[in-house]
Design a protein around this ligand. Structure first.
Ligand code: RP5
Length: 164
């Protein structure tokens, strides 16, 4: 199975990155985690990215906050799918990172998820791998069915309480 790379711009992004790590681990999808910054370690970020396909990666999750150029800089150097996670920071609540990550020029896509939406970034990567992997597709369906059952149970509890 292809690996997923989780790249964060700073180790201060780790609490958000852990949401992606947990999802990938729950599907037993292989992954690597790295800290590479578009601004502070651009050479290392590029080096990792240009070799990612030949090193067995199928997609890259890039998390960064503030002037979040990491996902875009990674996308510039690979044709692997790049999923961008804008990370919330103190001053602008993540809107800065969201706009920096999502507004990519035509031809260099970054599939941007919600602010701090690392769990969805990982789920999206699992869905990409599941295009060619029946077992993974079955696991995704099972998790989706579990989530549906939970919400329906909560609905039943609310309906019983309020609808006499
Ligand atoms: C971004 O700046 C990082 O992705 C992080 O979200 C933010 C702050 O980084 P630190 O100053 O905590 O290293 O590049």
């Amino acid at each position: 199975m292809k690996k997923i790379a989780i790249i964060m711009g700073s180790d201060s992004d780790l609490p958000v990155a852990e949401k992606a790590i947990n999802v990938l681990a729950s599907y037993e999808v292989p992954y690597e985690v790295h800290v590479f910054s578009a601004h502070r370690t651009p050479v290392e970020a590029k080096e990792f990215t240009v070799n990612a396909r030949q090193n067995g990666f199928g997609a890259i999750i890039a998390l960064a906050g503030m002037a979040a150029h990491l996902a875009g800089a990674i996308a510039a150097n690979t044709t692997l799918p790049v999923v961008g996670v804008p990370v919330k920071s103190a001053n602008l609540d993540g809107l800065d990172a969201l706009l920096s990550t999502v507004q990519m020029p035509s031809g260099i896509p970054v599939a941007t998820v919600a602010i701090d939406g690392a769990a969805n970034a990982a789920t999206l990567c699992v869905e990409m791998l599941a295009i060619e992997d029946e077992e993974l597709a079955k696991k995704l369906s099972a998790v989706r069915a579990e989530s549906t059952a939970k919400v329906l149970a909560r609905n039943r509890a609310i309906e019983q309480k309020y609808n006499k």
